[in-house]
Design a protein around this ligand. Structure first.
Ligand SMILES: C[S@@+](CC[C@H](N)C(=O)[O-])C[C@H]1O[C@@H](n2cnc3c(N)ncnc32)[C@H](O)[C@@H]1O
Length: 347
């Protein structure tokens, strides 16, 4: 409840108003290579040394580094002669360095260069009830993924973004249910296979086939598959237009949130028909609370779906409704406590 104290100093409103300053500080420091440069250096660096290495203005770099200290992204060390030097905090080393196994580097790059530009038009998106690709990028395409995949470079960037989150959430998602009875698994819209890798590492007896659009499969082969794994295969296709090969389990991770209810049921009906008897479908999505109280991250993600896609984030009961409309009867919901939750529905 609001108190008289809030009337005197509206801390929350100020934080909300200025939240984008924090995001942009993080984006700029990543884009300029601040964290990578400090990681590569054997010792902490001064603002002057960093600005020389990065080719940036000395004064501006000093201000950026100072803001990163305030955000606990950098540590400071003051020499006996009074010179201030900077180093990465543990959090920055683990999550902001591109080569780190838990890196969010590519998510940050995509947030800065694509998502942020769409969010600039959020007000229009709410007025019009549609995504803002045309305004943000001058792309007028009815096909969502044609717009998203407007160049080879964009495909690679999107795929890096998709992979990035499984560095921190992949294991929880795959372990949410015992998937060992399902030996043949299709990951529909499985992108370059980041989740498939977690799947075969937890269930070595299973094989996973990634079913995705031809250009995504080609890009995966060209850029992402470094080591061959006999348990992971690729299958080119359009899950709305082409037949789905039979399988024990279909994984749909962050697929349904891209589409309208009608398209979701259309896809789930195809999955239901192709699924072997006793088989099922595993939905991986960020779930809204049933009473509309949160989580805030997912409420914001739903706006993100508005500015970027045809879809929305949904409650567990809404996904259950879509699954039941497609023929599935037995629906189990598991909340992981992290961003992505899991729903297993059996045929
Ligand atoms: C939001 S991404 C999710 C990727 C992956 N499942 C994950 O969670 O990291 C949606 C995926 O669906 C694929 N996709 C979109 N439309 C498709 C279609 N009609 N047929 C097959 N795949 C499609 C995209 O190429 C992309 O890989």
């Amino acid at each position: 409840m609001a108190s008289a104290k809030d009337d005197l100093y509206p801390r929350k409103i100020l934080d909300y108003m200025e939240g984008f300053l924090v995001s942009k500080t993080l984006f700029a420091a990543c884009e300029l290579g601040v964290f990578e440069q400090l990681h590569a250096s054997a010792q902490p660096l001064s603002a002057v040394e960093l600005s020389r290495a990065l080719g940036t203005s000395e004064d501006a770099t000093e201000r950026l580094l100072s803001a990163c200290v305030g955000l606990e992204l950098l540590n400071t060390h003051t020499d006996t002669d009074g010179e201030v030097r900077f180093s990465n905090t543990h959090m920055s080393t683990v999550f902001l360095i591109e080569s780190s196994p838990k890196s969010l580097y590519h998510s940050i790059q995509y947030s800065s260069r694509t998502i942020y530009l769409c969010w600039h038009h959020l007000t229009d998106a709410v007025r019009e009830g549609q995504n803002q690709y045309e305004k943000a990028f001058g792309i007028n395409s009815k096909d969502l993924f044609e717009a998203l995949y407007r160049s080879d470079e964009e495909i690679v960037k999107f795929m890096h973004l998709m992979n990035s989150i499984w560095n921190i959430c992949g294991h929880d998602v795959i372990r949410a249910f015992d998937l060992s009875p399902f030996r043949s698994i299709f990951d529909l819209g499985g992108c370059s296979g980041a989740l498939a890798k977690h799947c075969v590492s937890v269930y070595p007896e299973s094989s996973v086939t990634i079913f995705d659009l031809p250009k995504v499969v080609k890009t995966s082969r060209d850029h992402f598959v470094s080591q061959r794994d006999d348990r992971i295969h690729f299958h080119e296709g359009d899950f709305f237009k082409d037949a789905l090969p039979p399988a024990d389990l279909y994984i749909l991770a962050r697929i349904l949130h891209d589409w309208t209810d009608q398209r979701c049921v259309e896809l789930l009906r195809k999955v239901y028909t192709s699924c072997t008897s006793g088989g099922g479908v595993l939905l991986v999505e960020a779930l809204l609370h049933e009473d509309n109280s949160g989580p805030l991250t997912v409420q914001l993600y739903s706006l993100n779906m508005l500015v970027q896609t045809e879809g929305r984030e949904r409650k567990g009961s809404e996904y259950s409704g879509l699954l039941k409309a497609a023929g599935f009867t037995c629906v189990h919901i598991h909340r992981t406590g992290k961003i992505y939750d899991v729903i297993l529905a059996l045929k």
